[in-house]
Design a protein around this ligand. Structure first.
Ligand code: GLU
Length: 480
C-alpha cells in the first residue's frame, strides 16, 4: 500500500479559524495514526486576498497547538516549495496538455456576459452552468480564462470515507474554470496538480469542498492521474445551528489563545468537533487521540460548538498545572499594576494562585480574580449586608471578626487557626452573618475563595485594616 500522506492546504486570507485548525488536526491525527506524513501547503495564488501576516499566523497557531507538519514552507521537504505562489512554473505543462488534448479551452466570455447568462438560466429554472459555445475550439482563440470542457451526461461517483457514496451529474457542473491564463492557476486545477505532485493519498477537508470533488476528479481523469481518497468533515455550527462565525464570538485560534485557553484544551476540544471515540469519554491527551482517532467515527452532521464544554475542559487542564507552571503561563495575562506591585513575587504569588486555581476557567480571568490581594478593593458598602441584616448588626459582626483576629497571636495566624476560632464563635448560628461581611471587607466581591485562606495570605495587619475600613464605609452610609 502507498504511504499515507495527508495535507492541509489553507489560503492565508484570515486568522487561522478553528474549523481550519480542526481540519489540520484531523489530517495530522490520521497521518500519525498510520505512520504517515502530514503536509502543510499554502494556497496563496489569490494575491489580493492573501497576506503574509495570515500565513505567519497559520504557522504560529499550528505550532502553538502542537500540530506539527512533517513537510511545510517552514520545514521544507522533498516536494518543496510548499507555497503555490512559488510553484507557478509547475502548472503550465499540465495546462498545455489539457489544451492540446481538447480537455480545456479558452473561454472568451466576460464576467458580465456570464452573469447575464446565469440570470437567464435561473429565470428559466435551469441549472446555472456555463456550457461554453467555444468549448470545442481548444487552444483556438488563445485568450480569456481557461476552462475545462466538462463531458456531458456523466455521473461522477466517489466514496467519501465519512459520508459513503456521493454522486454528481456532470451536466450540472458546467465548463468550470482552471486558470486565469497559462501562468495563473485557479483553485480546482492547482489543487489537483499539487496533490498529485506531493503524492497526497488522503484529502481530508471541510464539507464545503464536496461539490469541488467531481471537478477535481475530472481533471485527474483527463490527465491520467490517480484519484486520492476523500473525506469531508462536518461544518462547525454555533449554538443556534448556523455556521460558526464572528457573530458567535471568538473563531480564530489566536483569539482563543488571547482569552487564556490552553493548547491542550483546544486540541482536546477540536477532536470532539465531529469525532467521538464511540463512548462517553471526553478528556483526551494528544497521544490518546492519535491512538483512538478514526475517520469512521467522524459524524456527517454539523458539529455544534459548545463554549461551556470548552471552559470546562480548560478548567480541568488548568487544575492539572503545578502552581509554578501556572504562574509562568499567566504572566502575559497579569496587568502591569500587579506585575510591578512591590508585593508581587513568586513567593507571595504561589499561595494566591493555588487558591484561585480550582476556580479558574481562563488564564485571562486571573488579573481580575487576584486584584484584591494587591490593592484595597473598592466596593459598594451595601454589599456588606448579609440578607436582611441591619447596618448596625453588620457593623457588630465586623467588630466581632476584628476581635477574633486580635485574639490570634501573630505567630499562629493561619487559615486553620482562623477557621477553628470563627467556627467556634458561630456555633450553630448562620455562618453568613459573620463570614459574609468579613469576606466582602477583604475582597470587595460577591464571589471569591473563603475568608480564612484570604486572611492567611493578606496577614493579620492588612486584614484588620480592611475590616476597619468596611466599618467606616458602613458608618458613612448611615450618616450620608
Ligand atoms: N484553500 C482551500 C481552503 O482553504 C483548500 C481546499 C482543499 O483542501 O482542497 O478551503
Amino acid at each position: 500500500m502507498a504511504p499515507i500522506r495527508t495535507r492541509l492546504a489553507p489560503s492565508p486570507t484570515g486568522w487561522l479559524h478553528i474549523g481550519t485548525a480542526r481540519t489540520a488536526f484531523f489530517n495530522y491525527l490520521y497521518a500519525k495514526k498510520h505512520g504517515g506524513t502530514f503536509v502543510l501547503r499554502i494556497e496563496d495564488t489569490d494575491i489580493e486576498r492573501s497576506d503574509k501576516a495570515f500565513e505567519t499566523d497559520i504557522f504560529e497557531s499550528l505550532a502553538w497547538l502542537g500540530i506539527k507538519a512533517d513537510e511545510s514552507p517552514v520545514e521544507g521537504g522533498p516536494h518543496a516549495p510548499y507555497r503555490q505562489s512559488e510553484r507557478l512554473a509547475s502548472y503550465r505543462p499540465y495546462l498545455e496538455r489539457l489544451l492540446e488534448t481538447g480537455n480545456a479551452f479558452y473561454c472568451p466570455h466576460s464576467e458580465a456576459e456570464l452573469e447575464a447568462e446565469r440570470t437567464k438560466l435561473m429565470e428559466q429554472k435551469r441549472p446555472p452552468a456555463h456550457i461554453c459555445p467555444s468549448r470545442d475550439k481548444g487552444r483556438g482563440v488563445g485568450s480569456g480564462i481557461i476552462r475545462f470542457k466538462t463531458p456531458r451526461g456523466r455521473t461522477l461517483t466517489f466514496t467519501d470515507l465519512i459520508r459513503g457514496e456521493i454522486s454528481f451529474e456532470s451536466d450540472l457542473l458546467g465548463d468550470f474554470s482552471l486558470a486565469k491564463d497559462l501562468s495563473i492557476p485557479l483553485y480546482n486545477f492547482a489543487v489537483v496538480i499539487d496533490d498529485h505532485e506531493m503524492k497526497i493519498s488522503h484529502v481530508i477537508r471541510g464539507e464545503d469542498h464536496i461539490s469541488n470533488t467531481p471537478k477535481q476528479m475530472l481533471i485527474q481523469e483527463a490527465l491520467g492521474l490517480p484519484t486520492p481518497a476523500y473525506a469531508h468533515l462536518p461544518l462547525i455550527l454555533g449554538p443556534d445551528r448556523s455556521k460558526l462565525s464572528k457573530r458567535h464570538g471568538a473563531t480564530a485560534i489566536r483569539e482563543f489563545r488571547e482569552q487564556g485557553y490552553l493548547p491542550e484544551t483546544l486540541v482536546n476540544f477540536m477532536a470532539l468537533l465531529g469525532w467521538n471515540p464511540g463512548d462517553n469519554r471526553e478528556v483526551f491527551s494528544m497521544a490518546e487521540l492519535i491512538e483512538h482517532f478514526d475517520l469512521g467515527n467522524v459524524q456527517k452532521s454539523g458539529a455544534i460548538f459548545n463554549i461551556e464544554k470548552l471552559d470546562w475542559l480548560n478548567g480541568g487542564y488548568i487544575r492539572k498545572k503545578s502552581p509554578a507552571e501556572l504562574i509562568e503561563l499567566i504572566q502575559p495575562y497579569l496587568p502591569p499594576r500587579i506585575l510591578n506591585h512591590p508585593a508581587y513575587g513568586t513567593r507571595t504569588f504561589e499561595p494566591i494562585i493555588a487558591l484561585e486555581q480550582p476556580r479558574l476557567k481562563k488564564l485571562s480571568e486571573v488579573g481580575e480574580k487576584v486584584e484584591y490581594f494587591f490593592e484595597v478593593p473598592e466596593y459598594d458598602p451595601a454589599l456588606l449586608r448579609w440578607k436582611q441584616t441591619s447596618d448596625d448588626d453588620t457593623s457588630s459582626s465586623l467588630q466581632q471578626s476584628l476581635d477574633i483576629l486580635e485574639a490570634i497571636p501573630e505567630g499562629e495566624f493561619s487559615a486553620r487557626a482562623l477557621e477553628a476560632m470563627f467556627l467556634a464563635a458561630i456555633g450553630a448560628g448562620d455562618k453568613g452573618v459573620l463570614l459574609w461581611p468579613l469576606r466582602v471587607s477583604l475582597t470587595g466581591t460577591r464571589a471569591s475563595p473563603g475568608p480564612f485562606d484570604i486572611l492567611a495570605i493578606l496577614g493579620k495587619e492588612e486584614g484588620r485594616t480592611r475590616i476597619r475600613r468596611a466599618m467606616e464605609k458602613l458608618r458613612d452610609l448611615g450618616g450620608g
